[in-house]
Design a protein around this ligand. Structure first.
Ligand SMILES: C[S@@+](CC[C@H](N)C(=O)[O-])C[C@H]1O[C@@H](n2cnc3c(N)ncnc32)[C@H](O)[C@@H]1O
Length: 256
């Protein structure tokens, strides 16, 4: 069966998402990040007026629009989903935002001050080509800000349990730091968001359960079941310490 496009998906989940986040914290993100966390991370990456930002895997660009509107920057969002980019473009009218549909890697051939990768590091099994492309796209002293699911790879049983487990590739912190070092990215700032993201995951479970029939009417029962299964697992994994959610800002080492 063909999956509904992002417009349908976004509309179907809107009420549940609004209910799931703490008041004022839902800004159109497709993730566990809150408004406060998105802005804190962008500020740590020194996003501000005149700063060029490349947001990889931007989705419908809730975070991208927030950062552009609140901090001022020249923003370019990239996502492989045609329908996500359509939604992003329509919502970003009047802001200094450009969008394009592309699969990464390769990272667009450009030079920018900041690269963002929010809630999508997980989807890349081999993170090396992505990180190398990001480092190449950064000006010396440029910042790469991202979130990551820290932990061991999934076991066979976990793979069986998690829907779409072919897009779930946690990484151990020492491995990640080694990969970042290999491409010339130095650690600048880390924050552990595990507790906050578990609360959001629990909020989403409760809201999805409450809105179950309405969402199933738009997306189908199988899609709601998968969403519930995935969010329950994320909550359990973050609650047990199996997975830590980290926000990280790195800086490209200036050559010289
Ligand atoms: C979990 S959503 C996060 C969206 C956004 N960053 C946010 O925080 O709200 C992941 C997004 O990554 C996109 N994506 C996943 N793999 C991709 C790839 N290899 N190239 C481009 N986009 C990708 C998906 O289409 C989806 O919009």
């Amino acid at each position: 069966m063909r999956r509904p496009g992002r417009t349908v998906y976004d509309a179907a989940l809107r009420r549940a998402r609004l209910a799931a986040y703490p008041p004022g914290q839902f800004v159109g993100q497709e993730s566990f990040m809150t408004r406060t966390e998105i802005l804190a991370m962008a500020r740590e990456a020194s996003v501000g007026p005149g700063v060029s930002v490349l947001d990889l895997c931007c989705g419908v660009a809730g975070p991208g629009r927030l950062v552009t509107a609140e901090l001022g920057c020249a923003y370019r969002g990239v996502d492989r989903s045609v329908s996500a980019i359509e939604v992003a473009r329509a919502r970003a009218r009047g802001l200094d935002c450009r969008f394009e549909v592309a699969e990464v890697p390769p990272v667009p051939d450009t030079v920018v001050d900041v690269v963002l990768l929010l809630e999508t590091m997980l989807a890349f099994d081999d993170k090396e080509p992505l990180l190398r492309g990001i480092a190449d796209a950064l000006a010396p002293g440029g910042r790469f800000a991202f979130t990551v699911e820290e932990g061991l790879p999934l076991t066979d049983a976990e793979e069986q349990a998690m829907p779409c487990s072919d897009t779930v590739w946690p990484v151990r912190l020492p491995d990640l730091l080694a990969r970042l070092g290999d491409v010339g990215l130095d650690l600048r700032w880390v924050r552990d968001l595990t507790r906050s993201h578990r609360r959001v995951a629990d909020g989403l479970v409760a809201a999805l359960e409450a809105e179950r029939s309405a969402i199933a009417a738009d997306l189908g029962h199988a899609a709601v079941d998968d969403l519930l299964t995935a969010h329950r697992l994320w909550s359990a994994w973050m609650g047990s310490g199996r997975i830590h959610k980290l926000a990280v800002v790195t800086e490209k080492i200036a050559e010289g």
